[in-house]
Design a protein around this ligand. Structure first.
Ligand code: MN
Length: 764
């Protein structure tokens, strides 16, 4: 959000320097609300591109819908019928067939009026009836807002469209008109509708190649969701366009003239970019716009492909080319059927000029996408049949619907599909030739999970086109990918979650690491519990713990162990739950009530060894005068230089000389006391210490650390973890060692481990 504020401020500042003509004309999309379109006007619009239109059918639909909606009104106060009529009008601009126009007129009748499917079938035929029913189903799904429901909607939407793509075209026109009239809807639903439009309908329009529709949907959503940013961008855009008005005409005519001189007939025109696309670019790249090329693109539209390349030749020999900007989507069309040549030159007026060079047909497809294929073509069969043969976009749709049947979880599906909507795909193969379609920028991890969750979870390496490569390698079209797996790896490194690009892979990694982490904690907890029981010489048995579960407020033994591993409950709590007597001994030990009992607990209590005997004050005070305890959170171990701090009424607390906590007593020298170690070499005793370990996030890495400590005879009392980055976990480990040499040896062994990035001792 900080970026957003900064951009708005910059733009406001920049705008103030320009004489701004107040923009009085409404945005292109928002048509002034004049009277309702006449029956005759609609028929005329259709006839202009389809001379053979069934006028009678159109007239019947017009009258039927008008009567059905009767006196219903919209939120704006307009007669309800104005809505289906406008939707139909939007579709005439896409030059769609009669059935589509009629279905648009009728699209809200089954849901909102007395009309029935049977009646519509009877009057308008089965084809139109099926279209209207498809739209009715969608509308019923649309009254909800939550993510899961949204996912479910999208799913149903795509399933419905897969039957007949005209359902999508009508749905998009319906959404466009609703967005154009969004101001009349209550603010709360306004936001939801705009978000849904930006998330689903705009990308869907884009994926179907309908750029004009996509841009208008995006802009209307942007205006609703972020009015401040929209206004600022719009104002600045208007100001720059105004300032460059003459230059734009100049560039158009110079381009035309130069092409003509070289015998190329072309239609050249400049086109303003939309606020939303400028805004997203500014957010993405943290740049402002100053150049004309930032807000204007120029198109050169020609008769045929050959003329396109000739025009390119003329442009490139007339003006200097900006390197790295040339793209030929004519020879290699985009996945959504888009074809065009892109290039940027330093053109007339020394301006950077972005050019799109293409034929009339390509231009139609670039603007109208899948709808361009559906153009009414006499005697070529139904538009849907036509689409199936000609359109890549429709093939994508079919593919996506295929995924639907495999995806059990609506959220996952939504994540997956959103990604797919925004990105073009790459197609890769398994060694056996199975096709795996992934969103662009996907890597081998995504590939592995797309093949099978088990393959993803156990992936340890890969070969791309026969060569070893890292699992994070981005895939390109046509790659043959062999995933190498290992049974030893039961769960993927959690860091993969941020590497994966597909929702499917991310969700699977999350699931697998969650389980693996829990298992690690449970294993650790069990180790701690068993050790405590062994020392206390009490018997541990799963069955006995099962009986104690209610007292620990846990539902399973695994739960208890994981809680101990996480440090939520102590091993001694477990002992107490199983052996109520245990508590008494422990309390007695802490306060050293009876000598005999305390001696016994020297072994029984790993958490609180009776250590007061191991340190004696130097000089003045006698050993028995004051109770001696060690500082909490990583105290001193033999070998450390130590100091005692006297707390009246409590006793002496022993700190290692390097403990930061000693700073608190600097002002009170009277409390400082010289002390020295008094170790009985014949009965080795353990002392608590604390270390901090930066551990690489990998399955089993925690276990490796625990094993090193155990193998070197250190006792782990407690481990707490905090995640510092996707790659590292910070472990704070309380352990018991014999002395400084012992502790140093353990630290050195830990440092030698690959999974350990850093180890340091901590003194509380
Ligand atoms: Mn509607």
């Amino acid at each position: 959000m900080a970026v957003r504020r900064r951009i708005i401020r910059q733009m406001q500042a920049a705008t103030e320097q320009v004489a701004v003509a107040p923009s009085s004309s409404p945005p292109r999309g928002a048509k002034p609300r004049s009277g309702i379109m006449r029956q005759y006007d609609l028929v005329e619009r259709v006839r202009s591109y389809n001379p053979d239109t069934d006028e009678d059918l159109l007239n019947r639909a017009y009258v039927y819908a008008m009567k059905a909606h009767g006196a219903q009104t919209r939120a704006s106060g307009d007669p309800y019928f104005s809505h289906p009529l406008e939707v139909a009008a939007i579709l005439t601009a896409l030059k769609l067939d009669d059935a589509t126009i009629v279905a648009a007129l009728l699209h809200d009748t089954i849901e909102d009026t007395e009309a029935t499917r049977a009646e519509i079938d009877q009057i308008f035929g089965h084809e139109i009836g099926a279209l209207v029913e498809g739209l009715t189903k969608l509308k019923r799904l649309e009254l909800v807002s939550r993510e899961a429901k949204q996912a479910e909607n999208l799913r149903k939407l795509l399933l419905a469209i897969a039957d007949d793509v005209r359902v999508l075209l009508i749905k998009l026109a319906d959404r466009l008109h609703n967005m154009r009239t969004l101001e009349f809807v209550p603010p709360a639903s306004r936001r939801r509708i705009a978000e849904e439009t930006l998330d689903i309908y705009a990308p869907l329009a884009g994926r179907m190649g309908m750029q004009e529709m996509r841009e208008e949907l995006e802009d209307l959503s942007f205006r609703t969701l972020d009015p401040e940013a929209y206004a600022v961008v719009k104002q600045r855009l208007d100001a720059l366009a105004e300032r460059n008005r003459n230059l734009i005409g100049e560039i158009e005519s110079q381009l035309s003239k130069n092409l003509q001189k070289n015998g190329v007939v072309a239609h050249v025109y400049g086109r303003r970019k939309k606020p939303f696309s400028i805004w997203t670019k500014m957010e993405r790249k943290s740049v402002g716009f100053e150049q004309l090329s930032d807000i204007f693109g120029f198109r050169i539209v020609l008769d045929n492909v050959e003329a396109c390349y000739r025009a390119l030749g003329v442009v490139h020999t007339t003006w200097p080319v900006v390197p790295g900007r040339f793209k030929d989507y004519i020879s290699t069309p985009k996945q959504n059927d888009y074809r065009s040549i892109h290039t940027t030159v330093i053109g007339p007026g020394n301006q950077r000029v972005e050019l799109q060079i293409r034929t009339e047909d390509m231009d139609q497809i670039a603007e109208f996408g899948i709808a361009a294929h559906a153009f009414y073509k006499d005697g070529v069969g139904s538009p849907t049949e036509l689409l199936k043969r000609e359109s890549n976009a429709f093939a994508w749709l079919r593919h996506t619907v295929g995924i639907l049947s495999e995806s059990a979880n609506p959220e996952e599906f939504l994540e997956h599909t959103k990604l797919e909507l925004f990105h073009d795909q790459v197609f890769c193969f398994t060694p056996k030739g199975r096709l795996i379609a992934l969103p662009r920028h996907a890597n081998v991890i995504d590939f592995a999970y797309a093949v099978h969750t088990d393959v993803g979870n156990s992936a340890v390496g890969c070969k791309i086109n026969g060569k070893f490569a890292p699992l994070s390698s981005e895939l390109t079209n046509g790659d043959e990918v062999e995933v190498l797996t290992s049974k030893a790896q039961s769960a993927p490194p959690s860091a993969w979650e941020s590497l994966a690009r597909t929702g499917r892979a991310r969700a699977a990694i999350r699931r697998a690491t969650r389980t693996a982490v829990r298992d690690q904690y449970a294993g650790l907890g069990r180790r701690i519990v068993e050790r405590l029981f062994a020392r206390a010489k009490i018997e541990y048995a799963d069955d006995k713990l099962k009986g104690a579960l209610p007292r620990l407020a846990r539902t399973s033994i695994e739960d208890v162990m994981a809680s101990v591993g996480r440090g939520e409950i102590k091993a001694s709590d477990v002992a107490r739950a199983m052996y109520p007597d245990y508590k008494e001994e422990r309390v007695a030990a802490r306060y050293g009530a009876k000598k005999g009992l305390a001696a016994k607990l020297k072994q029984a209590q790993p958490h609180h060894p009776a250590r007061s005997a191991s340190v004696i004050p130097v000089g003045g005070l006698g050993k028995a005068d004051l109770p001696i305890k060690f500082a909490p959170n990583g105290g001193a171990v033999p070998g450390d230089r130590i100091v005692g701090i006297i707390t009246p009424g409590e006793g002496i607390t022993i700190y290692p000389i390097q403990a930061p906590a000693l700073k608190d007593f600097e002002e009170e020298p009277e409390r400082w006391l010289d002390v020295r170690w008094d170790i009985d070499e014949t009965t080795p005793q353990r002392f608590p210490a604390r270390i901090r370990v930066d551990n690489v996030n990998e399955p089993g890495s925690l276990a490796q650390v625990a094993t090193v400590i155990a193998e070197h005879d250190g006792n782990i009392d407690n481990i707490s973890m905090s995640r510092r980055s996707p790659d590292f976990t910070e472990l704070t480990i309380d352990l018991e060692v014999y002395d400084l040499k012992h502790l140093s040896a353990i630290i050195a062994q830990l440092r030698a481990k690959a999974v350990v990035a850093r180890v340091e001792r901590v003194n509380g």
